[in-house]
Design a protein around this ligand. Structure first.
Ligand SMILES: [Cu+2]
Length: 530
């Protein structure tokens, strides 16, 4: 019905990361009382999609000092004066929050622990972050919104807004200087980061691109499918849902991996939000959600009742429990009174957006395994290859009727590798791996863990023990279609895994790039048609 066009640019194939679903998170309820000042979607004509009224509306009036109609502009930190008043206010706010006891919901630690923590006993709303489902973007938007109110009040600057880190900007691929210098007396500095990154080492360009995510026009995908911008449908909140939407995979997960390395905080969801850079990273992800909506061509937020009315609980700047739903955060400027300064994606770019493939067919969730091969591969920070053969039967209808072909790497066991792997298919002999080449499949990065409570510690502490049964999947529809169009192609697929770490700062010779890395093993590779 919708044949693939062979002329499509094959720029940045999909990175899809998924691992086994685990443990459902409950929906906590607030025991606080509050009044509302945040309208539901249905109250805002510009964004109304006929949403139902908010069933629960226990948000609170912003008491951080702004006027009622104020719209805060979250700045691009790369454009701020490191010695200017906004960075000074940021430092003061973080320092104030860090001085509060961990039992105070407005403290730095309490807020970080809401994302995830090893601390026990868990206090209300700790360990409630939403990953691997279509709640990923909305939950983190709510989390940042209330965190920003707390930080603004703590900063003493009624105009303060949370900056974002625009790592896709080639000039900003190192951690923003105010977060790494000075290394003493600086509340934004954290030692628990990847080796070299506090000296200015940079994330590689292939880790920062969001063009593949933007090419998806559907926000959500059927349960079990990663083929969407925002994540898979689920029947309720899940702390770690296991199958990631495109934006969560890349750049979100990879930036976590590279900044945290194999030992730092950012690469562990139970520690990540302790690093101030977490909030700047997530502000950028949140900005990219807004950017996606501006691209049009059918890109809209979910319209189902669960996404719109599911209640999540946070704390406001006065430590009061507050509740919020998806339909209250679909328009950040109108509903939450903030917008973003200019950043990557807002300006014309030479990098073309891959043409959107049709959304995965929701009526047909059947997945057909075309190839399932045991490989028992091991990646240890060095280049490795895996071969498999695509049978002629089973793939001939790929690209038609919305059918997709995904490459699934299954039975993955991992610690925190501290590197990611660029995956290539059928690299020409002697050619240099290049993520802008048509042989590039995507990136393999590990962030997150099985969160069933017992395995939460598995990736942490001395053992870095390998975790079981993770899965990663890549949309290889275009790649296979392209290979099949080549004369002499007999179905042989050779996958190359090329490790990538941080790149040295300009002018610095010694790449800290590939630290001694923790092993990543995987048991099987599959081709699955869906
Ligand atoms: Cu994150």
């Amino acid at each position: 019905m919708v044949p693939l066009r062979r002329s499509l640019l094959f720029l940045l194939p999909s990175l899809l990361i998924l691992w086994t679903a685990c443990g459902g998170g409950g929906t906590a309820t607030s025991d606080g009382t509050a009044t509302s000042d945040i309208p539901a979607t249905s109250d805002i004509p510009a964004t109304s999609d006929g949403g139902v009224g908010a069933s629960t509306d226990l948000t609170t009036t912003d008491t951080t000092g702004g006027t009622a109609d104020q719209v805060y502009v979250r700045p691009n930190i790369g454009k701020l004066d490191p010695n200017g008043p906004q960075i000074a206010a940021f430092r003061k706010g973080v320092q104030t929050m860090q001085s509060r006891p961990a039992t105070d919901p407005t403290s730095w630690l309490y807020q970080a622990n809401m994302h995830g923590t090893y601390d026990t006993p868990a206090l209300p709303q700790w360990n409630t972050c939403q990953h691997g489902t279509y709640f990923f973007l909305s939950w983190h938007r709510m989390y940042l919104y209330y965190f920003e109110r707390i930080l603004r009040k703590a900063s003493g600057d009624p105009s303060f807004a949370l900056p974002f880190w625009d790592y896709t900007d080639p000039a900003q691929r190192a951690i923003p200087p105010p977060l790494r210098t000075p290394s003493t007396g600086n509340p934004l500095f954290v030692a628990e980061r990847a080796p070299g990154i506090n000296q200015g080492a940079q994330v590689p360009a292939s880790a920062t691109t969001f063009t593949q995510a933007m090419s998806f026009t559907n926000f959500s995908s059927p349960t079990g499918s990663p083929l969407s911008f925002g994540g898979q449908l689920v029947s309720g909140p899940i702390h770690f849902g296991g199958i990631f939407g495109q934006l969560e995979s890349q750049p979100h997960n990879i930036i976590h991996v590279l900044v945290g390395g194999d030992e730092g905080w950012m690469s562990d969801p139970n520690l990540a939000a302790r690093d101030p850079v977490f909030w700047l990273h997530h502000a950028n992800i949140d900005r990219l959600w807004n950017h996606w909506l501006t691209l049009g061509e059918g890109r809209t937020n979910p319209s189902d009742d669960l996404w719109k009315t599911q209640v999540f609980t946070f704390f406001d700047e006065n430590g009061q429990a507050v509740q919020m739903t998806g339909q209250q955060v679909v328009d950040s400027a109108a509903q939450l009174h903030y917008r973003y300064a200019e950043g990557s994606g807002d300006l014309p770019t030479t990098e073309a957006l891959p043409e959107a493939l049709p959304a995965a067919p929701f009526t047909d969730q059947k997945q057909t395994v075309v190839v399932d091969k045991a490989v028992n591969a091991s990646l240890r920070g060095a280049r490795a290859s895996v071969a498999l053969t695509i049978p002629a039967a089973g793939t001939e209808s790929v690209g038609t009727e919305g059918s997709r072909l995904t490459l699934v790497i299954d039975g993955i066991r991992f610690g925190r590798p501290g590197v990611y792997y660029e995956v290539y298919a059928n690299l020409p002999a002697g050619s240099q791996p290049n993520p802008s080449s048509p042989n590039y499949v995507g990136n393999l990065a590990i962030f997150g863990q099985l969160a069933d409570g017992t395995s939460a510690h598995a990736g942490h502490g001395a053992d870095k023990s390998l975790q079981e049964n993770a899965r990663l999947a890549y949309d290889v529809t275009r790649l296979v279609e392209r290979l099949q169009g080549r004369p002499g192609f007999k179905g042989d697929l050779k996958l190359d895994f090329v490790p990538k770490g941080l790149e040295p700062a300009p002018g610095q010779a010694s790449p800290e790039a590939l630290p001694k890395t923790h092993e990543v093993r995987f048991a099987r590779v599959k081709l699955v048609r869906e």
